[in-house]
Write a protein that binds this ligand. Sequence first.
Ligand code: AKG
Length: 268
Amino acid sequence: MAGADPFRHFTRDGYALIRDPAIAAMKDEVVAALHAAALRIAARLLDKDTFGALPKAAGFDALLDAIHAAETGNAVTRALYEVFPALPPVIALIHHPFVRKTIAAAGVEDAVAGTLPLIRLDRPGDQRFATPAHQDSWYSLLSPNAVTLWTPLCRMTPEMGALRILPGSHAGGLCRFKPYEAGHEWFETAEPVEEASLVPVAVGYDELLIFNQSLIHKSGPNASNRVRISVQLRFNDLATAQALTSTYTPSLSRYVLEQQKARLDGRA
Ligand SMILES: O=C(O)CCC(=O)C(=O)O
């Protein structure tokens, strides 16, 4: 990692922004797989003329934006959202040498995956899936030094909405969470977080943000006309785990469960 040590304030601030050419190289491989999958899916879901008019050689960002502009009822981007995290190059990120080096530098001694890599697609102007102020510790509750890595898979502009963080907020450990009610996410912090105290962290294509899972953060609104696509990796530390277990168990998708049910119903 070039320049001053990006982890020098990690313990104090709870986050570090890493820049390294290896990050862009790592993502290029993933983006190539996303591009190929997006074309295959768009070819199935769009009519021939609409598919024919997509910019196929202008890069992934342009393709994604054109798909979203052409689709009806989010049909294609919904399928992308479901398929992308199952692509082998996406899953393989979890064991990428640069990722391993980064989480080790953040003090994770014996990494275990908190979840498989997740891919977010934040459509322009769509706030439905925007996260409120929360801590990712909600997803681990296992290792106090669990970390999340967040990085865009597109070229971000400020209008696309940087993640907003509350520096140093990890130091207080796990916050109280609001009890579930319709209208807010179930992991929202009970204490309201002042908008003015949140710091947007612009993350470039050759950068990634790593933070302690107790760091309070929330989505930035995507006020652009482009689709924001990003990947999140989460790790616990076996060396500090409160129980010798995992926080994530893969299960059959809704599609499989529905297919199984249909066949069982048919048999009945
Ligand atoms: O990317 C975003 O908008 C929010 C991501 C987030 O809050 C998370 O991954 O915990």
